[in-house]
Design a protein around this ligand. Sequence first.
Ligand code: WT7
Length: 635
Amino acid sequence: MSNYHIKHLEEYYKVYRKSIREPELFWEEIAEEHFVWRKRWDKVLSWDFSKPEVKWYEGAKLNITENCIDRHLRINADKTAILFEPNDPDEPAQHITYQQLSEKVNRFANVLKKKGIGKGDRVCIYLPMIPELAVSVLACARIGAIHSVVFAGFSSTALSTRINDSDCKIVITSDGSLRGTKTIDLKSIVDEALEKCACVSTVLVAKRIDTDIHMKEGRDEWLQPLLDKASVECEPEIMDAEDPLFILYTSGSTGTPKGMVHTTAGYMVYTAYTFKNVFQYRDNDIYWCTADIGWITGHSYIIYGPLANGATTVMFEGVPNYPDCGRFWEVVEKHKVNQFYTAPTAIRALAKETVEFVNKYDLSSLKVLGSVGEPINEEAWHWYNDNVGKKKSPLVDTWWQTETGGIMISPIPYVTPTIPTYASLPLPGIQPALMGENNEELQGNQVEGKLCIKYPWPSMARTVWGNHERYKETYFSAYDNVYFTGDGALRNAVGYYRITGRVDDVIIVSGHNLGTAPIEDAINEHPAVAESAIVGFPHDVKGNALYGYVILKEVGADRNHDNLRKEINQIITEHIGPIAKLDKIQFTNGLPKTRSGKIMRRILRKIAGNDISNLGDTSTLLNPEVVQEIKENVV
Ligand code: WT7
């Protein structure tokens, strides 16, 4: 029996038990079976959650791109590695073979080296979903530079914060991006951001749109001419198992975004292993994940996991509703996609349209459907399962996080029987725990609590860039000796997990993780705003939408409220990006506060969600009278 590929339920249980009983042996065998190591590890795992410190495959030496590219060249040089589907359906798709990918990555790596980038340097990548994005990520990994991809929908302020936080030397961007009918001028966003970033000396610009852009003398250079001149050979930098591979920012309940640091060997092993099993990937399958590489889903399951398995991975530049709402299904038919992985918010948006958009296309190639990013509600689950999967392709609801690096709880298709809205069972090596009100671990089934993980897994983030204390505080201080996820979950009678949602101040809007604090900070910059509080409320497409309670200063009291609402959303767009705009804004004279001055968000959430029947005890508030006022003026 191979540990690597699970094919039956009994096998799952057997493998799972082994992974718990002998975790080191389990992960050692997987690492031995499927990867190229320049030097073997001395120790599979050492860990101490009280520090917290976790090391996997210590002493091993490797380069992840050798595993994702070079080793496939011997027999799969001509196989498509990346299948690029452009925004415009009339523009031809690009089939980039493993051989071509190797050459592109090596050329890019050589360009970076020429620009003085080497092992450990941070590289900010701010690109749309074009092949250069995947290539630049891999080029960094080739030379041991740490990539920090920033989603190209983020604003210039959000970009500069992230560049400065990790002290990036170089930014890779494009002149613009294409999203449906829109063209976005990315380069000018970068220019604006860099006014605040002294650390950046070089900007490399890929060409995607046809306009003249400003190029700053001595700093900005077009990428293509540099690539054309560069050699297609580049020896991989040999990395230690625990050398950082990348930083990816995620929002927290408080403060600035956290730069989650992922390291090399454990991340590679875990993403490869979970990709193979969760998507039941077979040799000639065409796999498509619709996420953006700016998020962890794209890192782990568009780039690293699929390529480590020698897969063909589709990269889609466009959006689900352009030229019409059949676009996803048109692409599935066109490329005969076998595994399709998307987010509930996309499903809910498409489910609002006529099912003719789905039925028009031949989806018979599909074998596995995936969902990720937020809980998938029952209605969306059935729509996806019935209309796209035709009740034949298993639908896997995969729960995980930026911090976990890879999928943690998920059915294995054709192995684990699925139940709508349940992420079901932990993958091998994952030991979930539900914690109760008194910080105790809830035993047995039919319990609900806060979701923690009791034992290290190879792809867990090792720290927050530049702030290990914050890592400890956020993930390891709520409970002793376990990793706290920030999510609530229940375990049903058969031991399946259902994720019930965040239990902190992170709000997931259209699958994007948004912290309330940075949004409130942005709003408070408006000269007429004295104070604000943001909460989420249920939304039938986005899952959650944002509701803002805003207290105006004296000077703003007489302003036109509709204009103020527009200005507030404008400020949010500038500071974070359009994804963080508020759906509803209520102006109020006060916010309910505890005697220690903390805003009682629980009450605000209930009012925003129109659930005012039981607001709980408000008598202990500093200012109980504002609750009535807020209720009366709800928007
Ligand atoms: C948060 C992590 C993991 C890649 C995308 C999001 C929520 C994620 C599910 C799911 C219920 C889910 C959680 C988690 N979440 N997947 N299948 N069911 N909730 O990564 O931006 O780090 O967000 O997304 O609340 O904590 P992220």
